[in-house]
Write a protein that binds this ligand. Structure first.
Ligand SMILES: Nc1ncnc2c1ncn2[C@@H]1O[C@H](COP(=O)(O)OP(=O)(O)O)[C@@H](O)[C@H]1O
Ligand SMILES: [Mg+2]
Length: 346
């Protein structure tokens, strides 16, 4: 059962992916009995580069209790649309007249394609699949993994909001797709109706059709319930952490992100990354100047996010890459904090 979902957001290049990975590694070290999933929604996936090991669309073990995945939104959308198209074909076959039109099958096959779904929705569909309580058991071969915690590396603000938004609006989106579809079918039916010299409504209920409407309503109800389940889960166990560097543009971005995500998820942490360490500022004039500007923004950020836990992390001389590199970054961020303090700050 999912106990906690940590979501990392912020502008590109500020260290979201690195901090997500470092956090997942730290939790995996501190909580050997918990199963942790690190998932990247970055289109330009880089988990593989960070861990120096190939991590793709399949669940990949990183440590004993940590797995990584870079979901391929197309692959999942493909799977989903296939199921949807199959259901539609079954439904339409049972319909009078419609079921007799030979082109219907081709029409469904070409209408319900993964290509017709926008990327944000594909990502959201995958996110929902992972978060959905009934769907969190991942199959890898014969092994089943029931995750306790998820660390999600989210895309920058605009696409991040889409990930939260779609679960609440799934039904509307699906309805829109279905309605487009119905309208197209209706168009092609008008020709047939004329042949019969009778204007027929394609979905006029007849006796053998009553079950169909019910089945459609059931599908939509299930989707609606799933959307509600996911929104509730994110409200209850979700935690948003915004990552920034001590510079204006990324500071502005996290303020926007805070306002736009307020209604979906609780913001309970801000990371200020890549700070110039004090000792370097003393020996290098350039570092000193950069540092004093950073310190000004640091104060502004602290002021703006007074009621939120703030974690600071220095810019490391060595890039935080590989398990050891990420552990170094985790120490720079969390120092000796306990798992409890990382999971539930303040
Ligand atoms: N504290 C840090 N010190 C040094 N390098 C860092 C630090 N945090 C991140 N990096 C490096 O900065 C680059 C961008 O980080 P990344 O996590 O990919 O950012 P994002 O996911 O926000 O685009 C990467 O090369 C990463 O290794
Ligand atoms: Mg990234």
């Amino acid at each position: 059962m999912i106990e906690r979902i940590l979501i990392l957001g912020g502008k590109g290049g500020v260290g979201k992916s690195s901090i997500s990975a470092a956090t997942a590694v730290a939790l995996s070290d501190l909580l050997p009995d918990k199963k942790i999933l690190l998932i990247s929604f970055d289109i330009a996936h880089n988990l593989s580069d960070m861990f120096n090991t190939e991590i793709g669309g399949k669940l990949t073990p990183i440590t004993n209790n940590l797995w990584g995945v870079e979901p391929d939104p197309d692959a999942y959308a493909e799977e989903y649309t296939k199921v949807f198209a199959a259901k539609m074909k079954k439904l339409l076959k049972k319909m009078p007249i419609v079921g007799l039109i030979p082109q219907i099958k081709d029409f469904i096959d070409t209408t319900f394609t993964a290509d017709s779904i926008p990327l944000a929705l594909k990502n959201a569909m995958f996110f929902q699949k992972i978060l959905d309580a009934e769907d969190t058991i991942y199959r890898k071969g014969d092994e089943e993994i029931d995750f306790d915690m998820i660390v999600a590396d989210f895309p920058p603000t605009g696409n991040m909001v889409a990930l939260f938004d779609v679960p609440e609006d799934t039904v509307k989106v699906v309805l829109k797709y279905s309605l487009n579809f119905y309208n197209s079918v209706r168009g092609s039916l008008q020709g047939v109706s004329k042949m019969f010299k009778k204007v027929m409504h394609p979905f006029e209920p007849t006796s053998n059709q009553e079950g169909l409407g019910e089945e459609l309503v059931k599908m939509l109800t299930e989707l609606e319930e799933r959307g509600e389940r996911i929104s509730e889960l994110i409200h209850n166990v979700g935690s948003l952490r915004l990552v920034t560097i001590a510079e204006k543009p990324s500071f502005e971005e996290i303020k926007r992100a805070r306002d736009l995500t307020e209604k979906y998820v609780n913001l309970d942490g801000v990371h200020i990354n890549m700070l110039i360490p004090e000792d370097h500022a003393k020996t290098c004039d350039f570092c000193g100047k950069v540092r004093s500007l950073q310190q000004k923004y640091l104060k502004d950020i602290e002021n703006e996010f007074q009621h939120t836990k703030i974690w600071q992390s220095d810019k490391l001389i060595e890039e935080p890459i590989g398990l050891e590199g990420l552990r170094r970054l985790a120490r720079a961020i969390y120092d000796n904090a306990s798992a409890q303090e990382i999971l539930y700050p303040k």
